[in-house]
Each structure stands twice: as structure tokens, then as C-alpha cells.
Design a protein around this ligand. Structure first.
Ligand code: F6P
Length: 365
């Protein structure tokens, strides 16, 4: 075994959790430990680094956690450059870097989504070497075909749609199911196709209510007396944010932000289509529980790839999956970018070919 170029790593999980984080920590730590690298676990994301809440991790600490949901290190949404320190928001970047140095950390491994990629980049710019892994149920991190956590969450949302199907069918109702995803529609689109939703609404395609209602009424006309509408939490109607905003428009927009999209949509469909509509919001259920086999494999592959890169002294990169290969992607190409569903994505065409309405007429239809 050639000597590792990295004596000590710190590892933290930051941002919203997801199934697979423990599997990824295990992958990184086991690979690093086996190459003689010391591993320091940092609690509760960047806040733990600023507060120097750290612990040495040994093999026994990362054994038996492959299937566990959540993250045993804890997570937070705190950013080093804007951290609430007892009521005052402060730039704690220098403290974070100094604590990493105090713990002799050669490279800080950060597991997280878009916010984490940006925060890791900031620490790199402040003088700390970092390496990141793309974690999020939203699948919206640039530089990788897929993020870990997405497959597990998609499976949960798909099962929920399956369950909604049976009750919607019994009562001849339409049911709106709100799915997470932040500003991207990957989760709603994937689960919507897998669950056979009749309508899928995404932030990337502002929806036309009349077009959608026409689709729902056509189903009724063909004796399909129930419908499932999978709506991504970030979806918006077509006419929002266009033209000059007067006071009443601004007020309407503020109320839209307060009211969850599913309840608003259910009300609008019921009024416009004259059919009985219910809604449900899956919320944090989508982030809980054990990772799927696909996520366990992905986390283990990405985690151990990180271990290999660390041994070679490759820093300031994100481990991304391109095709079927785990690659080192320069962090500068990732941080600050969001991967939305592109309008030519094959899943969109797939959905329309099975007669799923995507909220508006698309050019390839
Ligand atoms: O980024 C993951 C995610 O679950 C998003 O889909 C969602 O918008 C957000 O986090 C919810 O965040 P929180 O757990 O802070 O409520």
C-alpha cells in the first residue's frame, strides 16, 4: 500500500438530511482509515466546526450504520460566513478555518447539497482544502448526474402516490400530492412518472390551470373518474412574475408564498373543474428512513472514491457520478450552480408519451 497524502480529514454533514448520509460517511471513513488517514467527525455541520465539537472516528464508529437513516453526526443549515452566534449574525469563516487547522485537518470533507457546495467553496477560498459529496433529495446539484438521497426519496414519494391512487379511485376524486424538491422538479417528475400520476407540475414549467383542468375533465369523459396530480413544492402558475406588479398583485403573491401549493391548487381545480379534490403534502416523510439499495451503492461508491482521492492528495473537488463513473469535478464548476430539469430532458417526453399532463403544452408535443 503506497503512503496516503492525507494524514487527517474532518468530515461533516450539512443542510437538510436524507437517507444515505450514514452510508456515505461510512464509505469515506472506512476507505480513509484503511489507508492510514485519521478521521475526525464534526457535529451538526459547519456550526460544529465553528464551535469545535469534534470526535475522532474509528472503524467501530462507522460500522453497522449503512442502513440507518439520517446522519449520526447531526446536521444544520448554518453557514460559516453568516452564523447566528447567540442572536448576532457573524462571519465565522476564520474561526472555522482555524479550528480545522487546530485539529490538523488536511482536508475537510463536506457532505451536502447546493448550499454546502457554496460554503465549502468559501472555506477553500479562505485557505482550507475541502472535498465534497453531492447529497440531496432534490437532485439539483450541478456536476453530477445524480445526488445521493434522491432515489430513496423518489421511492417514498412513489409509494405515497400508489397509496393515493387506491383511495382516489374508491371515492372518484382528484388528489393533489405535494412533493419536495426546492426549486427543481426532479423528485416530482421521477416519482410522478414512477407512480403514474395523471398530472405532474414542476417549477421549470409554469402551469396553465385551464390546460390542466381540460386534461382532468377529458379523463372523466373517458370514464377515468379519479386523478392524481403530483406537484413539486416550487411550482407556480404561468402568469406569475410577469409584467409590472401593482399592490394587489404583490399581496396575492405574498399569500401564495404563505399557502402551500397543494392546498391552493386543490381549491383552484375544485372551483374550475367542479370535481371533488383533496390534497396531501408529503413533507419530511420524504427525507426519513433507510436508504434504497441504489442509494447505498451510490453512497458507498462516492464515499470510497473520496477516500481514493484523499489518498492521492486531490482536493477542492466534488465527487460526481457521470454515466456510471465516479469522477472528481472541480468544486469551482459546481458551487453556485443549480441543476434544474432541462426542457429537452428525456423524462419530460416519457411523461407526455404516457399521456401525463405537464401543466402546459410543450414544444415537442
Ligand atoms: O433540500 C432538501 C429539502 O428537503 C427541500 O426539498 C425542501 O425545500 C427543504 O429541504 C426543506 O427544508 P427544511 O428541512 O429546513 O424544512
Amino acid at each position: 500500500m503506497s503512503e496516503t497524502k492525507t494524514k487527517t480529514i474532518g468530515i461533516l454533514t450539512s443542510g437538510g438530511d436524507c437517507p444515505g448520509l450514514n452510508a456515505a460517511i461510512r464509505g469515506v471513513a472506512k476507505a480513509a482509515l484503511s489507508q492510514g488517514t485519521k478521521v475526525i467527525g464534526i457535529q451538526d455541520g459547519f456550526r460544529g466546526l465553528v464551535e469545535n465539537r469534534v470526535m475522532a472516528l474509528e472503524d467501530k464508529d462507522v460500522s453497522g450504520i449503512l442502513t440507518h437513516g439520517g446522519t449520526f453526526l447531526g446536521s444544520s443549515r448554518d453557514k460559516p460566513h453568516k452564523m447566528d452566534m447567540g442572536g448576532t449574525v457573524m462571519d465565522m469563516t476564520d474561526v472555522a478555518v482555524a479550528n480545522a487547522q487546530k485539529n490538523l485537518i488536511d482536508c475537510l470533507v463536506c457532505l451536502g447539497g447546493n448550499g454546502t457546495q457554496k460554503n465549502a467553496m468559501r472555506l477553500h477560498e479562505a485557505g482550507l482544502d475541502v472535498l465534497t459529496l453531492p447529497k440531496t433529495i432534490d437532485n439539483d446539484v450541478a456536476g453530477t448526474d445524480i445526488t445521493f438521497g434522491f432515489d430513496s426519496s423518489m421511492a417514498i414519494a412513489t409509494e405515497a402516490i400508489d397509496r393515493l391512487h387506491t383511495t382516489a379511485s374508491s371515492h372518484h376524486r382528484a388528489i393533489v400530492c405535494e412533493i419536495m424538491g426546492h426549486k427543481a422538479g426532479w423528485l416530482a417528475l421521477g416519482a410522478g412518472i414512477a407512480g403514474g400520476a395523471d398530472v405532474i407540475l414542476l417549477p421549470e414549467i409554469p402551469y396553465d390551470l385551464d390546460y390542466m383542468v381540460e386534461h382532468l375533465l377529458a379523463r372523466r369523459h373517458h370514464n377515468k373518474r379519479f386523478s392524481i396530480i403530483a406537484v413539486a413544492e416550487g411550482s407556480r402558475p404561468k402568469d406569475r412574475n410577469t409584467g409590472k406588479k401593482n399592490a394587489s398583485k404583490k399581496k396575492e403573491e405574498a399569500s401564495l408564498i404563505e399557502e402551500p401549493i397543494a392546498s391552493r391548487l386543490a381549491r383552484e381545480i375544485q372551483q374550475a373543474a367542479g370535481i371533488e379534490v383533496r390534497f396531501t403534502s408529503l413533507g419530511h416523510v420524504q427525507r426519513g428512513g433507510t436508504p434504497t439499495a441504489t442509494d447505498r451503492l451510490l453512497c458507498t461508491r462516492m464515499g470510497t472514491k473520496a477516500g481514493e482521492l484523499l489518498a492521492d492528495g486531490v482536493y477542492n473537488v466534488m465527487v460526481g457520478l457521470r454515466g456510471d463513473v465516479c469522477e472528481a469535478i472541480p468544486l469551482a464548476e459546481v458551487a453556485g450552480r443549480t441543476k434544474l430539469v432541462p426542457m429537452d430532458h428525456r423524462w419530460l417526453k416519457t411523461a407526455t408519451l404516457v399521456d401525463t399532463c405537464l401543466g402546459d403544452k410543450l414544444s415537442f408535443q
